[in-house]
Structures are given as structure tokens and as C-alpha cells.
Write a new protein. Structure first.
Length: 350
């Protein structure tokens, strides 16, 4: 295998692990593949592609990711998001990608009845979840939360054909879905280059194209939320995305309680739905990334209702007491690690 750039796959931190032989030094076995690692969007990306043109494709993947980061990051000065947040209610001309991702984010806000709300950002900042490494965690007063929640309402984001505005005082952030959207753009890029086998490991998001080059399904590890260096189980799949939101990624603890970086927009507090991790498996990165965050907020009952209504994704849910629920579409492709078991397989007709 030809390696370009860093070889490291961030294992524990990645949240999802890939078991196949990307580390292999067996050049013969993997001579048609290229691997490229780079840091972007506050996480480590590893992209693997196989077949003709794979080397150019993995390098282009980095360029495309960095282009999207420059548009969608809330902290990069002059990004589209930054300009929208600093325009005091005025419309801001933005890139077509920004329009697309915001349109999807608002639609997912409606689908999840506001559990996903991209305007919760000022509340997130009040808890200290800002740029990683620079956090100053604190528990805001209820009064402060009430004041901030007045400006939280994704329905007030105005999206035109080429411009976007938010009311003065509102700030939006795409932390919940930007990586999923990026994964979809990279998938499109690879497909347009004729790549039929690839694996994108974008932090807690894994997106696959086709099968492994040997014609077998990809095997994607799902993190054990109680032991994030360990695996709960493996999902076998082809042409799908596997995206996890958990309470073990960014959090602080005070007086024995854990406060995580996913907020319930209804209360302004870190989500306390009883779930400790939500893995969503489906076709689209944007959709599944939005759902993993939203279902983490909604909890098992509402999440499962949404799964029954929508019928186009599958779930692995882990609750605080260690119970593991999977939806019936995963019955034959989720393999728990030894020491773990599935508590219940959820049926479509429940
Ligand atoms: P990760 O970024 O760890 O993969 P998620 O996809 O679940 O995890 O996104 C979490 C991020 O989404 C937070 O860091 C924050 O930027 C943003 N966020 C937190 N709560 C919400 C929410 N209820 N709706 C929309 N975005 C949220
Ligand atoms: Mg998400």
C-alpha cells in the first residue's frame, strides 16, 4: 500500500475503529490502495481509497475537507458561518455548500422537533464548550440559560438562494453535522473519480464506498461508551455510513455528575436522556450525523419512534445501565465483542 502523509489512525479518539489491514506493511496485498491522514475540523481524518486514481483522490479529499472547513467552521474568522454570526441580522452572501448544509440542518431540526437545533451555540459557549483545548467549563445559572434560550430557534434561520441571515443575537454552529456533510462530499468526489472502494474515517464518523477491495463487507468497530478504548461490537456493511454521538467525547465532571457537549435545546442543559451513545447507520452522512446528535437528546423511546416512521436508518443505542438496543436491520450484521451482548433487538412493528 502506498502511504501518503501520516499513517496514524487515531484509534481510541476516533470513536469508531476500522479493523482491516490499513496498517499492513504487506505491499503486495495492498498495492492498489492509498491512505492519507490529516487533521481537520477538530479531529483526525484518515481516508483510504483503492483502484486507479486513488492517490490523487485521497489528496483531493484533504483539499476539499479544508475548503469546507474554511466555510463551515464557527471559529475560523471570515468563514461563512462566522460572517453569518457577526452580521447583526443582515443577510450574508455564502457558498452553495453553506446553503445546502444549512438547508439540511433546518430540515433535520423540523424532523426531530427541535432536538437538533443549530442555534444552541451561545448556550454551548455558556457551559464552556468552545474551541477544544481552550474550554473553561462552568455550570451557568438558570437565569442565564433562560436569557440565552430566548434566541435559540432554528426556524428563524433565513435561507435564500445565495444568502443567509439569522436574527441579531442568534449564533449558529454546524458541529453536529458538518463532518457528515463533508463525508458525503468526499464520497461524491471519490465516485466522480471512478473510485469504487474507499473508507473515510472522520473522527466518530465512518463512511464507506462499495466493498473492501477483496469484495467482502467493511467491518466497522463501534466504541464501548463505558470503555472508549474498547469496542462494543463490529458492524459489517457496504456503501453505508456509521456515525456515533456519545457522552464520552467532550465532557466535564462536577460533584460526580457528567456534563457532555450535546445540549437539549429545550432546557439548555446537557442532554440527560438515559442514552450514553447513539450510533446511526444509513446512506447519508449529513442525515445520520444530524440523527445521532438529535436521538442522543431525544432518548430511546422517541428515537425508536422516529426510526419506525422514517424506515431509512438503523440504530445501536447504549443506555446508562449498560443495556444495548439494536434495530432489526442490524440483526445479522452487528457482532458484539466478547463480554458484550445485545439486550433487545427492536422490531419495526413494535
Ligand atoms: P461529535 O462532534 O463529537 O462527533 P456530534 O455530531 O453529536 O458529535 O455533535 C456535537 C456537536 O454539535 C457539539 O460539539 C455542538 O457543536 C453541537 N451541538 C450540541 N448540541 C446540539 C444540538 N442539540 N443541536 C445541534 N447541535 C448541537
Ligand atoms: Mg452528529
Amino acid at each position: 500500500m502506498k502511504k501518503i502523509g501520516s499513517l496514524a489512525i487515531v484509534l481510541g479518539a476516533a470513536g469508531l475503529l476500522w479493523f482491516w489491514s490499513s496498517h499492513s506493511t504487506d505491499v503486495r496485498e495492498n498495492r492498489d490502495g492509498a491512505e492519507h491522514g490529516f487533521f481537520a475540523m477538530d479531529t483526525y481524518f484518515t481516508v483510504n481509497a483503492y483502484g486507479i486514481g486513488c492517490e490523487e483522490a485521497v489528496l483531493e479529499a484533504e483539499e476539499e475537507t479544508k475548503r469546507l472547513e474554511q466555510l463551515l467552521s464557527v471559529t475560523v474568522p471570515e468563514s461563512d458561518l462566522w460572517r453569518i454570526n457577526h452580521a447583526h441580522g443582515q443577510p450574508v452572501a455564502v457558498d452553495g455548500d453553506t446553503i445546502s448544509v444549512l438547508t439540511e440542518a433546518v430540515a433535520m431540526g423540523a424532523l426531530t422537533q427541535g432536538a437538533l437545533d443549530i442555534s444552541v451555540y451561545p448556550v454551548l459557549q455558556a457551559w464552556g464548550f468552545t474551541v477544544s483545548g481552550e474550554e473553561e467549563f462552568q455550570i451557568p445559572s438558570e437565569q442565564k440559560l433562560r436569557e440565552l434560550l430566548v434566541s435559540v430557534d432554528y426556524q428563524k434561520v433565513q435561507i435564500g438562494e445565495t444568502a443567509v441571515s439569522v436574527p441579531d443575537g442568534m449564533q449558529i454552529d454546524l458541529g453536529a453535522i458538518a463532518k457528515g456533510y463533508t463525508g458525503d462530499q468526499l464520497t461524491e468526489l471519490f465516485r466522480s473519480r471512478g473510485i469504487t472502494s474507499a473508507l473515510l474515517n472522520l473522527g466518530h464518523n465512518v463512511q464507506t464506498i462499495g466493498e473492501r477491495p477483496d469484495g467482502t463487507p467493511w467491518k466497522i468497530g463501534v466504541t464501548d461508551p463505558f470503555e472508549p478504548q474498547e469496542i462494543l461490537g463490529v458492524v459489517e456493511l457496504t456503501d453505508k455510513v456509521v456515525i456515533t454521538s456519545g457522552n464520552y467525547e467532550r465532557y466535564f465532571e462536577k460533584d460526580g455528575r457528567r456534563y457532555c457537549h450535546i445540549l437539549d435545546p429545550a432546557t439548555g442543559h446537557p442532554a440527560q436522556s438515559g442514552l450514553v451513545s447513539v450510533t446511526v447507520i444509513g446512506e447519508s452522512g449529513t442525515y445520520c450525523d444530524a440523527l445521532s446528535t438529535a436521538i442522543f437528546v431525544m432518548g430511546r423511546e422517541k428515537g425508536v419512534s422516529l426510526w419506525r416512521e422514517q424506515g431509512d436508518f438503523e440504530l445501536i443505542l447504549v443506555e446508562e445501565d449498560g443495556s444495548v438496543f439494536i434495530t432489526e436491520g442490524l440483526r445479522d450484521c452487528f457482532l458484539p465483542e466478547s463480554g458484550h451482548e445485545v439486550t433487545e433487538v427492536l422490531e419495526r412493528v413494535g
